[in-house]
Design a protein around this ligand. Sequence first.
Ligand code: KIV
Length: 300
Amino acid sequence: MSTEAPPLISVSNSVKRKKVTTQTLRLRKQSGEIISMLTAYDYPTALAIDQAGIDAILVGDSLGMVVLGYANTLPVTMEDMLHHCKAVARGAQFALLIGDMPFMSYQVSTTEAVRNAGRFLQEAGMDAVKLEGGRERLEAVRLIQSAGIPVMGHIGLTPQSVHQLGGFRPQGREAAAAQRLVEDALLLQDAGCFSIVLESLPTRLARLISDRLDIPTIGIRAGAGCDGQVLVTHDLLGLFERFTPRFVKKYADLHAEMGRAFTAYRLDVEGKTFPAEEHSIEMPDSEWQALLNALDHAAG
Ligand code: KIV
């Protein structure tokens, strides 16, 4: 865990700050400026992330695991996603907002894929969508982006294929698999993706893919050679207690902090030290007396 805390600077009031767009991310890649992205699933977290100056917020289907308590992301529905995207959109003013298309919202047909992608923008205030997969998703990517909806790709460890991949394991460690991933990245770029998430890839493979693409890559467990980085916010904050993936840098331990606060509250309630006078409201004496008189009078 980091020992030196950076200064708490809110950049939300900066007059120069502009809404981040997909074009901003492309220019960042061209100028060699790194891109920051985090996940959020609710209003207060989105607000804090936005005020910290993070470039992009992904409403990830990881919400199934870190917020809804499922074992993986497969049970997450369109309605779950839209509900959380709406909350995030109310909290974030500047960051590029990306809604993650859940399992079975884009795999069945490209028509459904376009319709569901549209709902993220039309109903939930997102600026773009993300979907998982390589060459098998090209038609969906083409049609969604031709409907005016920016699409972020996602290759490598794609959690919606966890059963096919045999678990949450690194990808592209053998030459043939790595070559397929390079090809997939280029195909997704050609199909119109504005950016691609590279998850759980060897560092030099992720760097090679990033170097070969014109569009920015955003890495998670993919080393320092990507054009940007993303983490699941609940991992970064230490809010997800089931496990912390090895690649995560934990910046806080909010699960332990919550435990301390909840225990302190319970002890205060049990010891009758909460609520104290300063947490309570009182009536003026004259009104109190008037009430007692009125009750006496009513009782005859
Ligand atoms: O759902 C998610 O949070 C993601 C990130 C891990 C990239 O897809």
